[in-house]
Structures are given as C-alpha cells and as structure tokens.
Design a protein around this ligand. Structure first.
Ligand SMILES: Cc1cc2nc3c(=O)[nH]c(=O)nc-3n(C[C@H](O)[C@H](O)[C@H](O)COP(=O)(O)OP(=O)(O)OC[C@H]3O[C@@H](n4cnc5c(N)ncnc54)[C@H](O)[C@@H]3O)c2cc1C
Length: 459
C-alpha cells in the first residue's frame, strides 16, 4: 500500500488537475479538522483527504484510490461512532462540502447533497413548514443516517427516514453515476434503504416531506433518579397506546450541574394538532413532580437540537445497543441498577420506542428489516479522560451482556461500535442478507467499500 506524506504532492497532482473540491495532505490547512470525526476515540490519519464537490470529484478520487491501492473511507456527517468514515493511511472521501439543498414545496419534496446534516436539512425544509424523520442531533449527517435506516422524533408519523426516501444518486466502484429509485435500478434502491455504504458513494438524496412544524409540542421533563424505575414503568404504559403523531423517548441521564446529578427523563415530540398535543403532554406532566420541565410548544428544529449540547464532538464515546420487545420489570431494574453504577457522569441510556408508521412496511420491503413494535436500548457511554477508557467500555459491555437474555435478534447498524463483527452485521439484516450480498456481488465485487458495517461479497 502506498503511504503518502506531504512531500507526495506530486503524486496527487494528477488528481488535483480539474478537481472542483480540495485534495488535502497531512500538514495542509483543514486536514486536521477534516480527519477528526465526532467520536474522540477515533484518531486516525488518512494519507489523503479528497473533499469532493461534484460527482466527477468522487469518481476521480475513487479511481485514484484504486490506482494507488489506498483503502477507501467515506465521510458525510462523521457521526458514525465506530469511526468508519476514516482510516489510517488511506483515502478519505469527504462529502462535507456538498451542501446543496433544493426544496419543492408544491411537490413536498426535497433534494439534498450528501454533506448536508439534519440541522441544515430542517432549516431548509422548515422554511416551508415541511419535515420528515431525521436525526435527533443536528450535526448528524443525512447520508449515513439514511443509508442505515434512520429513527427520529417523527418516526411514529412518517416512519423511518428511508420510508420517505424517493431516490439516491450514487457513484459506484466502477465510477458510474447511477440513479436509484422505485422506477430505476429498483433492486439497488431496495439495498440502499438500510444497506449502508456498501454499494457506492451516495452523493444526492431525494425525500418526500410532510406538513409538520414550524411548531411542534415536546421538550424534556426530568425527575430525580430515585424515581427512575417508576418513571420507566409509567413510560412503558404510555407507549402501549400512542397516536402516530406522538413519539416518545425515555432516558437515564446526567444533568449539566456539577457534580452532574443522575436524572430520569422523558423526551416527547407531538407533531399533531395543538389540542391533542397539549393533552398528551399533560398526561406526562401528571406522573410526578419534575426537577426540570420544559414541555410545551417549540420549533421542530429546536426539538432536534435538544441533545446537541450533551453530545459534543471529540468527547470519548463507546456505544452498545439492542432491540427489546417489552420493557419488563426485570429490564427496568437492570437498567436502573447499572446506571446507578456507571463510571462516567456524562453517560446516558436511551430507550427509543417503535410504533405507528414504522410498523406498516414488511421486513422485506427494504434492506432495513426492523418492523416490529418494541424498543431500542442505546447505551451511550461518554467520558473525557482516556485514562478512563477501559472501565467505561467494560461497564457498557457488561450492561449489554446483562440485557442480552431480554433482547431480540437483530441490531441497528448505525448504532454499532467497531467490535461487533460480521456475524452481528449479518444478524442485523436477518433474512435480507442474501439479497444484499447478491447486490454487493454486482456493484462492489472487490469490496472497495468495506469501511462500513460490511456485507462482504460472496465470491
Ligand atoms: C450524536 C449522535 C446522534 C445520533 N442520532 C441518531 C438519531 O437520532 N437517529 C438515528 O437513526 N441515528 C442516529 N445516530 C446514528 C447515526 O445514524 C450514524 O452515526 C450514522 O452513521 C451517521 O451518519 P453520518 O453521515 O454522520 O456518518 P459518517 O461517519 O460520515 O458515515 C458513516 C458511514 O456511513 C457510510 N456513508 C456515509 N455517508 C455516505 C455516503 N454519502 N455514501 C456512501 N456511504 C456513506 C460510510 O460507510 C461511513 O463510514 C446518531 C449518532 C450520533 C453520534
């Protein structure tokens, strides 16, 4: 493998010729910022970063990587916790400069380029009072989240992010630019709705939008940690009968005070009529006396920034997650007991609930197969001192192991850290795996795109 150094400018000169974006080598302005992703645990040094602006840049960067035998990593928002967007000594294809956004209010459609994040997406679409399911943190990339499935505060009403996806523009390993939709390359489109970055570099996405916002009803209400068990039982009852418009998340978390107090919180979002929304929030407020209550009307964009300050870039993160069918008393006791002993006062456990529109597709309708009612448990272990790495990771693994007997088969690839292994990726796709592997054989037989939750070709 060729390893490039700043003195290799002459090597990248042919790539730079006619390149619309920028080709960065170590030492160049912007290189350090571009190589760092959201998770501070990931500290890798690519040989070259190709900051693309147009499809031809992507095609040329891929051809250059193949010619020089460089491992390819694809970065959009850089949020993947496993740091798949960057590798050592290889080529990072950075799409972060591709910020084009075109909203068509008459057709309720938006087309975005791959570098747009959810904050930017919402800013553009909310101008027209339109939205679809996106990430709950504004700096998360539209591209990576969408290719993996996508949950959010509108999931009950609008389904997963992929349910609103209408087309994808893709540069393949062979350098072809293809459109994938129900009408064109339909099998590829099926695979791109959950199959991640396995089939090429996606440069554009088109989504249907719903009339939602600019005001929704929601926010956060938090209780002393002593109430955590009761609160999760209350949450369980609440989630057994929810309108599609009402998506509700629960969390065990830490306050921003010092020392950070443990809290139990409910984070609802109602995107329907104000009267119905107010009644739903009142029901939550009736649970107990909160220590924090900011439930009420708020901009949809603000709802999707509610966690931003709590998950800063370059904190150290390690994630584990699983799906469970029922939030049983045993699971609740386990979560509360584990959280009481967690080693970092930045860590959170989120309980996300699936209902409504997400359940109305067959598991085989798209590559992403998870269409069962229930919950996702996301263990976000978060700390700042590298000396604490081992005990935080060990705590997360232990919590995950304790949950294993209660969890169902399957996994959300977008929440996987880098120690999950191929078997878990296979499990994540369930019965859809062979069909995805056939697509991989067709579009990326040499597995150029393997820095992802990888579906290896079968031949
Ligand atoms: C703070 C935080 C909040 C999150 N919130 C949510 C949430 O609310 N809902 C949810 O569903 N998920 C959420 N996630 C998980 C998120 O979906 C994944 O981390 C996802 O990978 C992020 O996409 P990205 O573009 O930012 O990532 P990147 O790290 O840039 O990319 C991740 C991987 O996706 C693939 N990829 C990315 N872009 C492209 C492309 N253009 N073409 C081909 N392949 C590509 C590549 O394999 C790449 O390595 C969150 C993550 C974080 C860190």
């Amino acid at each position: 493998m060729n390893v490039m150094t700043p003195s290799d400018r002459s090597v990248v000169a042919p790539l730079e010729e006619g390149f619309s974006g920028q080709v960065l080598l170590p030492g160049d302005d912007g290189f350090e910022t571009a190589r760092r992703v959201h998770n501070g645990m990931i500290d890798r040094h690519p040989a070259v970063i190709a900051q693309c602006i147009v499809n031809a840049d992507v095609r040329d960067a891929l051809a250059f990587a193949i010619e020089h035998n460089l491992e390819v990593a694809v970065r959009s928002g850089g949020h993947n916790v496993a740091g798949r967007a960057v590798g050592d000594d290889g080529m990072m294809i950075d799409l972060g400069l591709m910020k084009g956004t075109w909203v068509d209010p008459k057709r309720r459609r938006v087309r975005v380029q791959a570098g747009v994040n959810w904050g930017e997406f919402n800013r553009a679409t909310q101008l027209q009072g339109l939205a679809t399911t996106g990430g709950a943190v504004s700096s998360t990339g539209v591209a990576g989240l969408t290719l993996g499935g996508g949950f959010g505060f509108l999931s009950g009403k609008c389904g997963y992010t992929i349910d609103a996806l209408r087309s994808v523009e893709l540069v393949t390993a062979a350098g072809d630019v293809v459109q994938a939709s129900e009408e064109e390359n339909a099998e590829l489109f099926w695979g791109l709705r959950g199959g991640g970055g396995n089939f090429g570099v996606a440069t554009g996405f088109e989504f249907d939008l719903h009339a939602i916002g600019p005001t929704v009803h929601g926010g956060m209400i938090a209780y002393p940690f002593d109430e955590a068990g009761e609160m999760l039982r209350f949450y369980r009852g609440l989630t057994h009968d929810l309108a599609d418009e009402f998506t509700v998340l629960a969390g065990l978390t830490h306050g921003r005070d010092e020392p950070r107090t443990k809290l139990a919180a409910i984070v609802p979002c109602h995107c329907g009529a104000p009267d119905a929304a107010t009644a739903c929030l009142e029901e939550i407020k009736s649970f107990a006396n909160p220590v924090l209550d900011n439930l009420g009307p708020l901009p949809y964009s603000a709802m999707n920034q509610i966690f931003d300050a709590g998950v800063p870039k370059l904190d150290l993160y390690y994630w584990k997650s699983c799906f469970i069918e029922e939030l049983s008393d045993e699971v609740i006791a386990l979560l509360v007991e584990q959280f009481a002993n967690c080693p970092s006062r930045r860590t959170k456990i989120f309980v996300e609930h699936f209902h409504g529109a997400v359940l109305r597709q067959a598991p085989s309708a798209m590559a992403f197969p998870h269409r069962d009612a229930g919950y996702s448990i996301l263990i976000i272990t978060q700390w700042t001192d590298p000396a604490d790495n081992d005990r935080n990771i060990a705590w997360a693994r232990r919590t995950y192991d304790l949950l294993a007997p209660h969890s169902r088969e399957g996994a959300y690839t977008n929440y996987m850290d880098d120690d999950e292994g191929t078997a878990r990726v296979h499990q994540a796709f369930g019965d859809n795996f062979p069909r995805l592997q056939a697509l991989k054989n067709r579009y990326d037989p040499d597995n150029l795109f393997y820095r992802n939750q990888n579906i290896p070709p079968s031949k």
